[in-house]
Design a protein around this ligand. Structure first.
Ligand code: HMG
Length: 392
């Protein structure tokens, strides 16, 4: 009997309908635009109106692929997020309602900075192994927000990735071996009284690289695998220069031809993030999606390395192998068309949208209907209850 594989069967993506161009932002902040586009490696930044939150974005990402049949088999709904909308209740319950998902399921939310969705993916893998025939919906959804005129402003962004995790997946099978490492580190955090994250910028980049080096070395020790065994390496992308810094630490292990190949694949993996920004726990998977949709020469059987990093901090290096027919499950043209169809905001308009936020207080609130977009919207807050609706 052939061994059951478990992995990613479907990948959906959503990002808000607005963006600010980072050349405009650099000029407004008195910074050389090359710092943002080359030094940081970002071109555009998604700007979420207050009618989009982790629930609406996550539901839209999953709505991209879910069919009524798929919904029946889902027994686990995981929302990975660090910008959840309730300190107690799981956002996945609102998503379950918006998408009419199977109520006979476990619906939870996982938090560990940008690592949450990877924890969800690993939980889903274990769940499916012990519940044959069942599937899991893992959603990564976040709004990266540091504040206007802060050092982190250029690394903001918003969006969601949804993954259907199944037996015999049609995109990629997850490897059995992974390496994970955690340690209490104060590189980035967000106290519950604020919606803006605190980052010790340079220190956080050092921790990211340290966690990559630790888990990559440990993975190699466990498996005896070499860098040359991988068709591509993908990374959590808080900004696109960050993954490159980590990749560069491993590159000397391969010959010049392989190095050039991995760098070319890295370029393909950052195309979407360059246009969206950091989507925190979905960023690794946005990089994976970009690689799969922009690349034309990856083949079934190719193994891809994935490095997940969540500040605070947890790192995990794991792998996945492409399966026959994976390309037919992707939506490359549709995703690029969605990105291209977004509305550009001037910097003053971006600042207005940024400031028009759901209050951190018990006040009623109405979101601006002129900025409604996507499949689902938060219309407002009434009596301390968030009001979600299908966007007609
Ligand atoms: P900064 O101080 O504004 O930037 O902070 P810098 O001075 O370090 O410059 C950045 C790069 O631009 C440098 O290149 C400069 O040389 C270059 P590098 O040395 O890094 O290769 N540069 C230029 N290049 C071309 N032309 C120019 C020019 N000028 C400078 N004219 C920082 C940047 C990313 C630290 C800041 O934006 C920040 O704090 N961001 C938030 C934290 C962050 O993203 N950390 C990443 C690692 S932690 C992580 O990934 C987890 C996270 O996603 C959260 C979670 O887990 O939930 C953040």
């Amino acid at each position: 009997m052939s061994k059951m594989t478990i992995g990613i069967d479907q990948l959906g993506f959503y990002t808000p309908n607005y963006y600010v161009d980072l050349v405009d932002l650099a000029q407004a902040r008195g910074v050389d635009p090359d710092k943002f586009t080359i030094g940081i490696g970002q071109d555009k930044q998604a700007v979420p109106p207050s009618s989009q939150d982790v629930v609406t974005m996550g539901a839209s990402a999953a709505n991209e692929f879910l069919t009524p049949d798929m919904k029946q088999d889902i027994g686990l709904i995981v929302l990975g997020t660090e910008t959840g909308i309730d300190a107690s209740k799981a956002g996945s319950l609102y998503i379950q309602q918006l998408l009419n998902l199977n109520p006979w399921s476990r619906a939870i939310e996982i938090k560990e900075a940008c690592y949450g969705a990877t924890a969800g993916l690993m939980l889903a893998k274990d769940y499916i192994a012990t519940h044959p025939g069942k599937t899991a919906l893992v959603i990564a959804s976040d709004i990266a927000r540091y504040g206007l005129e802060t050092g982190g402003e250029v690394t903001q962004g918003a969006g969601a990735i949804a993954m259907l995790v199944t037996e015999n997946p049609r995109i990629m099978a997850l490897g059995d071996v992974s390496s994970y490492y955690s340690e209490q580190v104060m590189d980035f955090w967000r106290p519950v009284y604020t919606d803006e994250a605190i980052a010790l910028g340079k220190y956080s980049t050092e921790q990211y690289i340290r966690f990559f080096e630790l888990t990559w070395a440990d993975y190699q020790k466990q498996t005896g695998k070499q860098l040359a065994d991988f068709a591509a390496m993908t990374f959590h992308l808080p900004y696109t220069k960050m993954g490159l810094k980590a990749l560069r630490t491993a590159l000397p292990e391969a010959d010049a031809v392989k190095q050039a190949d991995l760098l070319a694949k890295y370029e393909e993996s950052i195309q979407y993030s360059r246009q969206v920004g950091n989507i925190y726990t979905g960023s690794l998977y946005l990089g994976l999606l970009s690689l799969l949709e922009k690349n034309t020469n990856l083949q079934a059987g190719d193994e891809i390395g994935l490095f997940s990093y969540g500040s605070g901090a947890v790192g995990e290096f794991f792998t996945a192998t492409l399966v026959d027919g994976f390309r037919s499950q992707l939506h490359a043209e549709q995703h690029q068309a969605t990105l291209d169809a977004r509305t550009q905001l001037s910097v003053p308009d971006y600042e207005l949208v940024f400031k028009d936020k759901v209050p951190y207080a018990a006040d009623n609130y109405q979101a601006d209907p002129a900025r409604f977009a996507g499949d689902f919207v938060l219309s407002g807050v009434t009596d301390q209850q968030r009001q979600y609706q299908v966007n007609e």
